[in-house]
Design a protein around this ligand. Structure first.
Ligand code: FAD
Ligand code: DHB
Length: 403
């Protein structure tokens, strides 16, 4: 056991105190803690998984321009700039006919490919270097008194029941977390779509022989070619929701990817394989009293627009601003408008992610009205700079303060 973990809790009797109690050490919670620390505001993060687990959880890979700027401002972007891959465009293909979307021309912005595991490693290291306490393998079990000025979080850590007293609680604990379950039901409306398909995602020790991401509609289903480095590819296939990973041998995966993407791939060793369902989910209120939700705790977008992680960062940027204003100027004006500001951006991102999902996935029979409408959108994309620009500006991320 490390020295830090053996320390008796400050305050005795299992109670500790901080300004902001953060539940969850995902991108949202870690970024929030670093933003607050930069303003001299103390926080403690409670995370139910181990450090090793959260640092190795395979998820997103694409950072908006905005997100990279946030990490630069926090001084956590050195490795990202060294190892991340900057992309100035992407391809959208329809049954082998390919159209490039030029981000540089349409937005003067770009995106960076850098795995979420790497982001999380960098953020955790920065938290530790800056003396931000993260309690790993600590499960938040209850959020108490959040309608008062003295909320607290009950949690278990190292087999003991403990309490974290704080001024604010940030529920950055993901889709299955405690934060949203605790938010009073009468304060929000819930919206969701469960899509009739999932993504089979792989990581492979292969050289990407494509220079930018390819989003490909195909009569057999959607495929996405992404990457993590010059030597690692990240690739996805649309599969039915009830698909079993055991049905997909490596040979079958490579054959299907080559067929749908219409290119030859470097078929290296596949070292990660998993199936993720696709859903759109959101609630239209993210706060009650001193409890604030951010990131996947409040909304899920289907991954086709690559927005989940980026939206989490946009939320906590607003939350950190509100909390900072509260401590610096004694005003709760920004906190009061936190939810409204975040939800406006969430709707925009929901629309874009839903659009990209319906645009790129196989849904209807060939020759049906729906499929021909879908193809017509692609034909329009081929000739319309305006349509390309709309996709580009949403994809690279609209500036923070317009939404
Ligand atoms: P999370 O990363 O989920 O972090 C929440 C943290 O809270 C977790 O570490 C969890 O262990 C912890 N926690 C939960 N409950 C408790 C509790 N009671 N007590 C203490 N800790 C708790 N986005 C994309 O853009 N592209 C993708 O390809 C993509 N793929 C994805 C694949 C999967 C399988 C999943 C689940 C998500 C994917 N996403 C993708 C979405 C993206 O990864 C998320 O939007 C992003 O992780 C959101 O960050 P977050 O910090 O809000 O939540
Ligand atoms: C990746 C994931 C996405 O959902 C996406 O739209 C683009 C890239 C990725 O994992 O690299």
């Amino acid at each position: 056991m490390k020295d830090k973990e053996k320390k008796a809790p400050i305050g005795g009797l299992g109670a500790i105190k901080t300004k902001v109690g953060i539940i969850g050490a995902g991108p949202a919670g870690l970024t929030l803690a670093l933003m607050l620390q930069k303003q001299g505001i103390q926080s403690i993060i409670i995370e139910n998984r181990s450090r090793e687990y959260v640092e190795n959880r395979v998820r997103a890979g694409l950072l908006e321009h905005n997100t990279v700027e946030v990490f630069e401002e926090l001084g956590v972007a050195d490795r990202l700039h060294k190892e991340g891959l900057v992309h100035h465009g992407c391809y959208i293909a329809y049954n082998g006919v390919i159209q490039r979307i030029d981000f540089q021309k349409h937005t003067q912005r770009e995106v960076t490919i850098y795995g979420q595991q790497e982001v999380v490693k960098d953020l955790i290291q920065a938290c530790i270097d800056r003396n931000i306490e993260i309690l790993f393998e600590a499960e938040a079990t209850e959020i108490n008194d959040f309608m008062t000025g003295e909320p607290s979080i009950s949690f278990t850590h190292l087999g003991e029941n403990k309490v974290l007293n704080c001024d604010f609680v940030a529920g950055t604990d993901g889709f299955h977390g405690l934060g949203r379950k605790t938010l009073p039901k009468e304060t929000y409306n819930e919206f969701k779509i469960e899509y009739p398909f999932s993504w089979l995602g792989i990581l492979a020790h292969s050289k990407p022989n494509y220079d930018e991401l390819i989003y490909a509609y195909h009569n057999e289903g959607f495929a996405l070619a992404s990457m993590r480095s010059e030597k690692v590819c990240r690739l996805y296939l649309q599969v039915p929701n009830d698909e079993k990973i055991e049905n997909w041998t490596d040979e079958k995966i490579w054959a299907e990817l080559e067929n749908r993407l219409g290119i030859e791939l470097d078929k290296g060793d596949i070292f990660e394989k998993s199936i993720t369902p696709m859903r759109s989910f959101m609630i239209d209120n993210l706060q009650a009293g001193r409890l604030f939700l951010a990131g996947d705790a409040g909304h899920i977008v289907p991954p086709t627009g690559a927005k989940g992680l980026n939206l989490a960062v946009a939320d906590v940027r607003n939350l950190a601003k509100g909390v900072t204003e509260f401590y610096k100027n004694g005003s709760d004006e920004l906190l009061k408008s936190y939810s409204e500001k975040c939800v406006a951006r969430v709707w925009r991102v929901q629309d874009f992610s839903n659009f990209m999902t319906y645009f790129c996935h196989k849904q209807a029979e060939n020759g049906s009205f729906e499929q021909l409408l879908q193809k017509s959108k692609f034909d329009y994309l081929r000739i319309s700079e305006a349509y390309q620009k709309t996709i580009a500006e949403n994809y690279v991320g609209l500036p923070f303060d317009v939404f």
